[in-house]
Design a protein around this ligand. Structure first.
Ligand code: NAD
Length: 435
């Protein structure tokens, strides 16, 4: 394919060299004459292992050259210009807007189909609300019709970027339409990585979720390492052993957005660790913010219910997770308490905690700590739903899914656990906490 690449920094120069090496005909474009001259002389404009040799090879072979302004005809343009951070944390979109203006002009004059593929990191909505309007205004053409647009975030890491180009964790193509996505997919033929085609906003978001998570992982490991050191434990060894658990620790477990955590272990053990850190005079701001974030999630759930303006609420699920009747620190019980306190009329059903089945210490716990909740409990889903205006699904259960899947009688469903299928809409009467 013929590929124009805007921006010859770390991302652009590595992509340009690797794509040219794969047999694409690549033209690199940069406003920095020094970088353009470097490429044309077969020298790398940035320091990156292996890049010097690669650029030397592809410029000699004639598959890569660079320019400031002599833009060639191409099938696709990759936008790799910088989106630097400002002092207040916002990102500067001046460079990418400038390139969009240039590309709009280019599209205006180009008779055949062309795809603009954004590789720079931009926040969700930027391509739709900033880039596409500039392209359409300048070209007088319609995106997704006269020309294509994709958002294809870059995952390379400086220092290993050539290896990462050939072995990315994922190739994500956010597309305005499938024709655009097919052109970008063809660029990566031969790269063995899971390829995901999705919408523009999703692709923009995944990049930020990834980097935020990587930053979180580093600070989490550092805080655990600091506690370890104070306790005479080798933090490196501790995290190595921690990472050996690939079922619960380093895995997709606990990474589904939804309701707050609770139960008899996580809150208690987190508080104990925080207390120990305090005793050690150690500041652990990441660990220390977890409970506050969890409280926020409970407020989010309450606000969703409040927003409905309804007063009669059925809550399905009371214990903190499926398969248990343990009510200790159940965030659902706390949500129910808030609802009662704010004057809602609440009925509750949980097959694992139904009044007829309660016994022993759990019954004693309920009678002692939440007697005002136990008297709201019903013996079946139907009984709990009777007279309710809003149904809150707080726990996954086949029984709820079956009943609610056929509801459709005007009740509003607030789903905190993604219990119902993805396409559920129920004529606008369905809302999920994070979806
Ligand atoms: N560096 C990384 O490891 C990395 C990894 C993944 C994603 N990203 C993202 O990729 C983007 C590029 O990052 P980078 O580190 O390569 O940036 P960089 O600052 O190294 O390079 C950007 C280049 O764009 C050029 N440029 C600016 N305006 C231009 C224009 N109108 N036309 C042509 N060229 C223009 C600049 O002269 C510069 O050479 C950023 O959004 C960044 O967040 C970077």
């Amino acid at each position: 394919m013929k590929v124009n690449i805007y921006g010859l920094g770390y991302v652009g120069s590595v992509s340009a060299a690797c794509m040219a090496n794969h047999g694409h005909q690549v033209l690199g474009i940069d406003i920095d004459r020094g970088k353009v001259d470097c490429i044309n002389e077969g020298i790398s404009p940035v320091v990156e292992p292996g890049l010097r040799e690669l650029i030397h090879r592809v410029t000699k072979a004639g598959t890569l050259r660079a320019t400031i302004d002599q833009i060639a005809d191409a099938d696709v343009s990759l936008v790799c210009v910088g989106t630097p951070g400002r002092d207040n944390g916002s990102i500067c979109l001046d460079y990418i807007s400038g390139v969009a203006e240039q590309l709009g002009e280019y599209l205006r004059l180009r008779p055949s189909y062309h795809v603009v593929n954004i590789r720079s990191t931009v926040l969700p909505g930027t391509v739709e609300t900033l880039i596409i309007p500039i392209l359409e205004r300048k070209s007088g053409k319609k995106a997704g019709c006269d020309f294509g647009v994709c958002m294809n975030p870059e995952f390379l890491r400086e220092g290993t970027s050539i290896y990462d180009y050939h072995n990315p964790p994922l190739t994500i193509i956010g597309e305005i339409d499938s024709q655009s996505g097919a052109v970008v997919e063809a660029l990566y033929t031969g790269i063995a990585a899971p390829l995901i085609r999705t919408n523009l906003r999703m692709a923009e978001m995944i990049k930020y979720a990834g980097n935020a998570f990587h930053a979180l992982k580093i600070t989490f490991a550092n805080e655990i390492g600091n506690i370890c050191k104070r306790l005479g434990i080798d933090g490196t060894n501790a995290m190595e052993i921690f990472c050996r658990d690939q079922k619960l620790n380093v895995s997709s477990s606990y990474l589904q957005p939804g309701f707050a955590f609770g139960g008899s272990c996580l809150p208690k053990d987190l508080r104990a660790l925080l207390y120990k850190a305090k005793e050690l005079d150690l500041d652990v701001p990441v660990l220390g913010s977890i409970m506050a974030s969890n409280e926020n999630q409970m407020d989010e759930a309450y606000n969703l219910i409040k927003k409905t303006g309804k007063k009669k609420i059925a809550v399905l699920g009371l214990s903190f997770k499926p398969g248990t009747d343990d009510l200790r620190e159940s965030p659902i019980a706390e949500l129910v308490e808030t609802l009662i306190g704010k004057g809602h009329q609440v009925s509750i059903y949980d097959q694992e905690v139904s009044p007829g089945r309660l016994s022993g210490s759990n019954k004693a716990y309920i009678d002692r700590t939440i007697p005002h909740i136990s008297c709201l409990m019903k013996n079946s889903v139907e009984e709990a739903l009777e007279g309710s205006e809003v149904v809150v699904i707080a726990k996954r259960s086949l029984e709820f899914e079956k009943t609610l899947g056929i509801l459709g009688n005007g009740k509003i469903i607030v789903d905190l656990v993604r219990a119902l299928p993805r396409q559920t809409d129920l004529d606008g009467h369905y809302e999920g906490i994070c979806w």
